[in-house]
Design a protein around this ligand. Structure first.
Ligand code: SF4
Length: 111
């Protein structure tokens, strides 16, 4: 048996180590994020976007965070980069470091 040793020097592609949350105060309600990753984002009756957990349940608490599945990382990062409200925050679970979104370092993640 080999034990997997996660690499931490590639934040853009290190999947299960990322989480995402939305600042609903800035959400414009356009729904772009849902188009990118409907498994992660959903519009609620209030017209704002929220993240969902891995059981597809909407997390309505302001600033609620949900882990990002490996196969959805690219789409979630793209949504954060394209979000008109600049209110999708993708961050490293372990370090809290912003990976994409308004708090991320100047250089956008991904290419
Ligand atoms: S893309 Fe951003 S502004 Fe648009 S609905 Fe999603 S969170 Fe709100």
């Amino acid at each position: 048996m080999t034990s997997e040793s996660p690499q931490t020097d590639s934040p853009a592609t290190t999947a299960a180590t990322l989480q995402v949350w939305i600042d609903q105060d800035l959400c414009t309600g356009d729904g772009l994020c849902v188009q990118y990753a409907r498994e992660v984002f959903e519009m609620d009756l209030d017209g704002l976007a929220y993240v969902k957990d891995d059981t597809d349940e909407l997390l309505l608490a302001p600033g609620a965070k949900t882990p990002v599945r490996e196969d959805l990382v690219r789409d979630v990062i793209a949504s954060a980069q394209e979000c008109p409200g600049r209110c999708i925050h993708v961050e490293n679970i372990a370090t809290g470091e912003a990976v994409a979104g308004p708090s991320a370092p100047a250089g956008p993640v991904g290419n």
